[in-house]
Design a protein around this ligand. Structure first.
Ligand SMILES: Nc1nc2c(ncn2[C@@H]2O[C@H](COP(=O)(O)OP(=O)(O)OP(=O)(O)O)[C@@H](O)[C@H]2O)c(=O)[nH]1
Ligand SMILES: [Mg+2]
Length: 496
């Protein structure tokens, strides 16, 4: 890459660093104290527990001595944000920076400064222009930062070069998101998935912080061959790599086992034909708040990105008594790391197999259209792109009229709600009920009174058209799924 560097054009004057305006005076976030009784979020059952989990290092004891893996984690760091602004307007660039700031804060770090460089494309060697690296170093020194966070996914070489020159830890957006997930994941499955994604990502970016040991010239000779115990000549880098590979294999096995449990659960639901509704959407859009509104679930709601990492499923009932499930899911974000999408595949499958998607959008976001397309992108990636989708524009209490009008025009079928005030929730319920899949087969039967269980099943899983009590039992007409139709077969009326 030193070669490549010679061919790069000099920095032009137009490539100035633009300080990002990080202090947003009317930051809508500020008026959202969870202690405010107005902020109806249901019971926040596990808030305390969550807070106590915040800063626990995500890796198991087996990797405790892989110093680099720990080093890459972001814990209460003092950071400088850096982004290369290639396309789009200044507003887009500011929004992207504001989101990066939120992400960094969600990871527990303190943002000291943010700089944007306008540039045709990121420098292949150093991400920002090479002329700007020294300036970045100055900012780092002046602010006393210990970490630089770049808004993008950096190639291993870019990361290394920047780190060598800026002389503090450099993290990219992908690593940052992985780190947030690692801090927040609660279930065994979630933790395992995140750890796997982190290790996969880091594996290609290890640089051997054991200092000179890592750059041994003969190091290549041992690559790949002889995974067994190598002697004292083994470098720290190789040890790390070997341990990581070993750990990755372990995690894969564990995930496979966990997946079996999940599939059993899902198979049960499928057999019972309980329609499932998945609440999907951009992170912080208000998915959990909506689940709480719709079911009183008491899921944690927090003004933080990725508050929810473990899907919660609640049963609910349509007005005609039919049951369905509502699942709150992990939020999406622009450029969700691919490793992570892959790692979360089984969790996300919850959405991919749903009968209906409630796609929640934060109507008060500066760029709801961008959120919608980012979410649809991830949905397509996990094979949920063609499911029936009900677009729900949330936070109408806070969104400005112009944005709402634009959204109404662009999405005439969307439902406009506020999980906070409850506005539009009644309509949302009806739209959800109407969107549930309907059983096809219509049957007529005379069900004897001792088979009241069948009548109950019709109520729960089918649609009762009419019922009449006769001396011999209940005469019913109903739309039911094939399984229930088979159970009703012995009592079928011929005149149907
Ligand atoms: N003003 C307003 N705020 C809302 C509304 N709905 C949710 N919020 C707030 O938005 C923030 C995020 O809400 P959550 O329900 O946690 O969002 P989420 O989509 O589940 O977020 P993640 O799980 O982090 O992806 C919280 O501070 C909520 O109080 C709304 O209708 N109006
Ligand atoms: Mg949530």
């Amino acid at each position: 890459m030193t070669n490549a560097a010679h061919h790069l054009p000099e920095e032009s004057a137009a490539d100035e660093f633009i300080p990002a305006d990080l202090a947003d005076p009317d930051d809508p976030i500020d008026d959202l104290s969870p202690d405010d009784p107005e902020n109806f979020d249901g019971d926040q059952l596990d808030l305390a527990e969550r807070n106590s989990l915040r800063r626990v290092a995500g890796l198991s004891t087996e990797l405790a001595d892989v110093t680099e893996v720990e080093y890459r984690q972001l814990r209460l760091e003092r950071v400088v944000l850096v982004s290369v602004w290639t396309t789009g307007s200044q507003v887009d660039a500011d929004n992207a920076m504001a989101e990066l700031k939120l992400l960094a804060e969600t990871a527990g770090s303190q943002v000291l400064e943010g700089v944007v460089q306008r540039r045709g494309k990121p420098d292949p060697a150093t991400y920002i222009g090479r002329g700007k690296v020294a300036e970045l170093r100055e900012i780092v020194v002046a602010t006393g930062a210990d970490t630089v966070v770049c808004d993008g996914e950096l190639a291993p070489a870019q990361l290394r070069n920047l780190e060598d020159r800026v002389k503090v830890k450099v993290i990219d957006r992908t690593m940052l998101i992985l780190d947030i997930f690692a801090q927040h994941a609660k279930s065994v499955e979630g933790k395992t998935q995140v750890e796997l994604a982190q290790l996969n990502y880091l594996k290609q970016r290890l640089r051997g912080w054991g200092g000179n040991l890592s750059r041994q010239v003969g190091g290549r000779a041992s690559g790949g061959a002889g995974m067994g115990g190598r002697g004292p000549g083994e470098t720290k880098l190789e040890t790390d790599r070997r341990r990581i590979n070993h750990r990755i294999a372990q995690l894969r096995v564990k995930l496979r086992e966990l997946d079996v449990t999940r599939q059993t659960k899902r198979a049960n639901r499928e057999r019972n034909k309980v329609p499932s509704v998945a609440i999907v959407g951009y992170t912080n859009a208000g998915k959990s708040s909506l689940l709480n509104r719709l079911t009183g679930a008491g899921v944690l709601v927090e003004d933080a990105l990725f508050a929810t990492l473990d899907p919660t499923t609640r049963r609910s009932e349509a007005q005609d008594g039919r049951e369905f499930t509502l699942t709150d899911t992990v939020g999406f974000v622009r450029h969700l790391p691919h490793d992570l999408v892959e790692a979360f595949a089984s969790t996300l499958e919850e959405s991919a197999t749903a009968d209906l998607l409630l796609h929640v959008v934060d109507g008060s976001d500066p760029d709801p259209a961008g959120q919608i397309s980012a979410v649809r992108g991830v949905l397509a990636e996990i094979g949920a792109g063609r499911l029936p989708e009900l677009l729900v524009i949330n936070k109408t209490d806070r969104a400005d009229e112009a944005t709402l009008t634009a959204l109404r025009t662009a999405h005439p079928d969307a439902v406009f709600v506020s999980a906070r005030t409850g506005a539009g929730i009644a309509e949302l319920r009806e739209r959800v009920w109407a969107g549930l899949p309907r059983p096809e087969a219509e049957v007529a039967a005379l069900v004897p009174y001792e088979r009241g269980d069948l009548i109950n099943k019709i109520h729960q899983h089918g649609e009762l058209i009419d019922a009449e009590h006769t001396p011999d039992g209940t005469r019913v007409r109903a739309r039911v799924y094939p399984e229930l139709a088979a159970e009703l077969e012995p009592y079928r009326s011929v005149d149907a």
